[in-house]
Design a protein around this ligand. Structure first.
Ligand code: PHE
Length: 400
């Protein structure tokens, strides 16, 4: 123990001893403190192997006593730095007898190795204890429960949109996206709804003024009015013109209607549009496709049915119903006691639309359907008012 932490008296005694012996180390460092090259009575010139042992013991004690990385560094420089005690002692033996050299050289080299190892070990321990005190002072307990932070999550409509897309992809459909600001031509004319036709009244439309900057552009030149698309059918003819059948397309996106809102109507909502064009697809395929979609989304056995209807861009046209998911068809408030939920419009693509898409209606045929994404979301989660879905009301959203 006495050796491990040298007191002041002890180190000054060593220093004095070294000084009085005029060791090479202290000569090289006249102003430096503590250069314990050897025992008190043995000058550097006459250092013996026993002194080397003593020197090592003393060095180890000083290394052990270094309490901080900075102190240790000072001690290290003093012991084994370029002008440190050991290197100087090693250099000094060149003046000694061959016999001394033979005995002292290895002893001093061994001493240096021992001291170096001790310094390394001490440095490691010190950095560990520096780290440990940091751990004590600045530790963050990662296991401590934190106050709950509000994490966002996916909106129910978006959730169903992704699910629907996945189901269609698994059935071999390709997902396309279309623009929400469109022209009259793609939203109406090319879908067999000319301006004069009363069917236009089926879609209350937000018409847009063309900005001044557009006056000279090709958009303006087409004397084609701009609007917020009233349905996702606006992509049908574009896709037909762009690609060659067979086509299996699904297009989900936002549409706009200029009408008053109530529990089941919004001015802004999402539609799921899908269509197939090839040489053999029938209404039976439509029913099978949508049946699969609904049974997957609602996770239950359902009955679907088609009812005759009218759309300018399909012939024949149908309404698609599914058995009420709440009462299983028995009749309840949601299905207004009919046992059925109206879920969308559909039909076989009208020959005129195929022609507009550059396809020969004698060769190609296919179905198209459109339905409200919010309506399906409402049925899936039992939401009674479509307006909740755009409300951004946390009392509503946090329930999902
Ligand atoms: N686009 C129609 C609508 O918004 C729905 C529909 C799409 C009907 C495709 C038939 C075929 O009402």
């Amino acid at each position: 123990m006495e050796n491990s932490i040298p007191d002041k008296k002890r180190s000054s005694k060593i220093k004095n001893g070294a000084d009085s012996a005029q060791s090479p180390a202290t000569q090289a460092h006249p102003g430096k403190r503590s250069a314990p090259v050897n025992g008190p009575n043995n000058g550097g010139a006459t250092i013996g192997v026993a002194d080397v042992d003593k020197l090592v013991a003393d060095a180890l004690a000083r290394i052990a006593a270094a309490g901080t990385p900075e102190q240790l560094e000072k001690t290290r420089l003093n012991l084994i730095g370029r002008k440190g005690v050991l290197p100087l002692a090693l250099r000094a033996i060149k003046d000694r007898s061959a016999e001394d050299k033979r005995r002292l050289g290895p002893a001093l080299n061994q001493a240096r190795t021992t001291v170096e190892a001790a310094v390394r070990q001490r440095a490691l321990n010190l950095s560990r204890s520096v780290f440990e005190s940091l751990v004590d002072d600045e530790a963050i307990d990662v296991t401590e429960p934190l106050p709950r932070t509000a994490l966002g999550h996916i909106h129910p409509t978006e959730h169903v949109r992704r699910e629907v897309e996945d189901i269609f992809r698994s059935m071999g459909f390709e997902v396309v996206r279309g623009q929400e600001i469109d022209d009259e031509e793609n939203n109406f004319d090319l879908l067999n709804i000319p301006a004069s036709h009363p069917a236009r009244d089926l879609w209350d439309t937000f018409w847009l003024k063309k900005p001044e900057a557009f006056k000279e552009s090709s958009v303006a030149a087409a004397k084609n009015r701009l609007l917020l698309r009233t349905h996702t059918s606006n992509m049908q003819v574009r896709v037909m013109r762009d690609r060659t059948p067979p086509l299996r397309i699904v297009n989900i996106g936002r549409v706009y209607r200029y009408e008053s809102t109530d529990k089941t109507h919004e001015t802004t909502f999402n539609q799921i549009e899908g269509f197939i064009v090839d040489e053999s697809t029938t209404l039976g395929d439509l029913r099978g496709t949508l049946h699969t979609l609904f049974e997957t989304i609602f996770g239950q056995k359902l009955v679907t049915r088609l009812r005759p209807s009218y759309f300018p861009f399909t012939e024949p046209s149908v309404e698609l119903d599914m058995s009420c998911t709440f009462c299983k068809g028995k009749g309840c408030a949601v299905c207004k006691n009919t046992g059925w939920l109206e879920i969308g419009g559909a039909g076989m693509i009208h020959p005129n639309v195929l022609k507009n898409g550059g396809l020969n209606p004698n060769k190609f045929q296919g179905f198209a359907f459109g339905m409200g994404l919010e309506r399906i979301t409402m049925f899936k989660y039992g939401i009674d008012d479509i307006r909740w879905l755009l409300s951004a009301d946390l009392r509503f959203l946090e329930q999902f």
